[in-house]
Design a binder for this molecule. Structure first.
Ligand SMILES: Nc1ncnc2c1ncn2[C@@H]1O[C@H](COP(=O)(O)OP(=O)(O)OP(=O)(O)O)[C@@H](O)[C@H]1O
Ligand SMILES: [Mg+2]
Length: 150
């Protein structure tokens, strides 16, 4: 069982990457699925615990930009006996911004939200507790994945 944590700006391709790589093998956990829950962190934790009870691997698909947002996930994953894997989406700020600007309706994140996330971004490290870290970048419409050996 593994817990994959995504980290990256709005529009960096996280949810598309999930659909392409993990939709058939991992449970998709995202706060976007319950925008109106009273306590979204708690709701998210419940869903992760539920998946673990069924021996299912999960992908936590939020921006998870900083250590503060990732630490509780790492702690929970450890508690549940999951392997901890991080996929960090490349920060091409201009491209992310433009992709976000092209989105329609609710999918589009307001500028303040985008820049707030940008300000918080901290690259993931093994010291945080990840067993494996991968970098993802969108290149010629394809996702390119490289392993971070650091
Ligand atoms: N392979 C690709 N080539 C070109 N554009 C892509 C590709 N995959 C996704 N996109 C575009 O990039 C944009 C962002 O994708 P996506 O919704 O996956 O981002 P996200 O990281 O999940 O964003 P958010 O954090 O706001 O949920 C979308 O508008 C999508 O159309
Ligand atoms: Mg998304």
């Amino acid at each position: 069982m593994e817990m994959i944590v995504f980290t990256g700006l709005q529009g960096s391709g996280k949810s598309s990457f999930f659909r392409e790589r993990f939709a058939s093998t991992h449970v998709h956990i995202s706060k976007d699925h319950f925008p109106n829950a009273r306590n979204r962190d708690r709701r998210q934790e419940q869903l992760i615990r539920e998946a673990a009870r069924k021996q299912q691997s999960v992908v936590v698909d939020n921006t998870n930009p900083d250590i503060e947002s990732r630490t509780p996930l790492i702690r929970l994953g450890r508690e549940l006996g999951m392997e901890l894997v991080c996929y960090a989406f490349d920060v091409d700020v201009k491209a992310c911004y433009e992709r976000n600007a092209l989105r329609e309706g609710k999918a589009k994140v307001p500028d303040v939200g985008f820049f707030a996330t940008l300000k918080k971004l901290q690259p993931p490290t093994h010291a945080e507790g990840f067993d494996q870290i991968f970098r993802v970048r969108l290149k010629d419409k394809e996702f390119e994945v490289t392993k971070d050996e650091g």
